[in-house]
Each structure stands twice: as structure tokens, then as C-alpha cells.
Design a protein around this ligand. Sequence first.
Ligand SMILES: NC(=O)c1ccc[n+]([C@@H]2O[C@H](COP(=O)([O-])OP(=O)(O)OC[C@H]3O[C@@H](n4cnc5c(N)ncnc54)[C@H](OP(=O)(O)O)[C@@H]3O)[C@@H](O)[C@H]2O)c1
Length: 299
Amino acid sequence: MPEPVRVLLTGRHGQLGRALTASVPAGIDLIATGRGELDLADAAACRAAVQQHRPDWVLNAGAYTAVDRAESEPELAEAVNAGAPGAFADALADSGGRLLQVSTDFVFDGEQGRPYRPEQPVQPLGVYGATKAEGERRAEAALPPERLCLLRTSWVYGPVGANFCLTMLRLHRAKAAAGDPLGVVADQVGCPTSTAGLAAASWQAIGRGVAGRHHWSDSGAASWYDFAVAIGALAAQRGLIETPARVRPITTADYPTPARRPAYSLLDCTTTRRALDLEGQHWQAALAEVLAQLPLPQA
Ligand SMILES: NC(=O)c1ccc[n+]([C@@H]2O[C@H](COP(=O)([O-])OP(=O)(O)OC[C@H]3O[C@@H](n4cnc5c(N)ncnc54)[C@H](OP(=O)(O)O)[C@@H]3O)[C@@H](O)[C@H]2O)c1
């Protein structure tokens, strides 16, 4: 029997963390931590956790993900998103373990108008993206390339947690009941990514010992408007809502937010799908699977 692979997971209560703990493959000895066990803003605690548990991998799924709030809390966002991966990488450099660092499409500025390849230079627009990019940089500086897997992803959602899909379901119900339209931004394009597919990709990266910079999203492309329309249509089909609200396309300028967001942040996943030997699911098929997991409203 091969030795189990010891994985120290962060962010266990986040949406990705929950999908990861629900799908642990055989042969993994999981030490799952949330904020209560390990404060990612505390670099010394992150280093100590590696020294204590001596993991083969740290799977850093925890992050400061409040994109707009990060604009007014840059120090905390930096401590969590850059400090923690830097500290894990430092400690792993000594212990001999590896790091799977989950990162984001928001490291790009969205200006190039075609999908981003993993090796392209980053150019974040806001504090969240900048702190995630700094986390990537620190991890790459501390670890030899064969012991680091950077996995960037986009527009993450699943059946639990705080995400666009669950918010839209609530809004479809409320706006349809009130007879009001639901305005959703139509000039930002990316790809929704289900937590189940992202968790499978993460476990596959660990199982195969994949290293380097990688991109993982579901397949296809959508604007937030397209995503909201599909959520309404599929949710009505499944009986989660009586009828979808009328979705009205609006522009980013119509919906000002503290943080600027990339207008076009599709990730080119070609090399990663090959390295993982995993096909991406189309985002609409993944959405149908996520909606199928949600409880139907009581009659
Ligand atoms: N969500 C997206 O659309 C998206 C897009 C691209 C990339 N990503 C990346 O994907 C990864 C997973 O994101 P997600 O969607 O699962 O995010 P999430 O649901 O917001 O989960 C993040 C987790 O990190 C934890 N956390 C935050 N600050 C912490 C701290 N100081 N100490 C310990 N834990 C802390 C949170 O704990 P609490 O539950 O206690 O708050 C939460 O459980 C992250 O690296 C994120 O940057 C996400």
C-alpha cells in the first residue's frame, strides 16, 4: 500500500473548501482547516502549521475574496492573499512539501480581448487582484518550480456559500414576484466555474503532481447577463422558481462598484486540461448539475 498523501487544506468552510472536503480521493490524509484552526492573516501561524503537520501538499483554498471590500481593507487582503501563500511557500521550501495555490482571473486587466494563457504577465485592476498576484509572486519566489502549482480560476459558484448563482436565484424570485426587471451587467465576459469541477481539477493536480502555472474554468464564455438568464431559465425548468424575472442587460457604468473588474477575463485552459487529463464541462451543463442539488421550495 502506498503511503497516504498528507494535504493541509485551508478555507474548509468556503465554497471551494466544501467541495474539496466532499470529494477527497482515496489515498489522501486530509488536515482541513478553517479560520478557527488557522488564521491566514497570521504568517507565523501559517509557517508553524507546515512545521507541525509536515504536509506533502498545502492546498490553499482560503482567501480574502470580498472584491469590493478589499478596496478599503487592503492590509488585511494583502496579509491573507499574499502573506499566507508566501509563508506557506517559505515553510514548504524547508520541509520539502508542495503548494497548490488557488488564484484568480482578476490578476489580469481584461484588455486583450482573447483568453489569457497561464504564462502571460499579470496586470490587476484592483486590490483583490493585486494581492492575489502578489501571493503568486511570493510563492514562485520561494519554491522551486516543480513544487508549486498555481491554479487560476474564474467566477466560482456552487450549491453552498455566497455566490452569484444563489444571489440570482433569490433576485429572480423577488423581482418576478414584484413584476420588476432584474438588471445585470452585460459588458463583462468570463466563464462561470462550478466548485465541483474545480475541486476535481485540484485533486487531480495533486494526484498527478502537476506543477507550474495553470488555468481552470468550466468551458465556454458568458457575460454576467447571460449567466443570470441561464440561471433563471434552468431554475424555472427544475421548479426552483415559479418563473424567471425579466433580465435586463446593463453596463458596468450603470452599476458602479468600489473595485474595477476586468471586462474580458476568459482563461485559456488548454495546457491545463492536457496536464490534468480532464475535459472541462460546458458551464451550462455544470449549472444544471449545481441547480439539481438545490432543495425544491416547499409547496
Ligand atoms: N469566488 C470566486 O468567484 C473566485 C474567482 C476566482 C478565484 N477564486 C479563488 O478561489 C479560491 C476559493 O474561493 P471561494 O470562492 O471558495 O471563496 P470563499 O467561499 O469566500 O471562501 C474563502 C474562505 O477563506 C476563508 N478565510 C478568509 N480569510 C481568512 C483568514 N484570515 N483566515 C482563515 N480563513 C480565512 C473564509 O473563511 P470564513 O468562512 O470564516 O469567512 C472562507 O471560508 C480563492 O483562492 C479565491 O481567491 C474565487
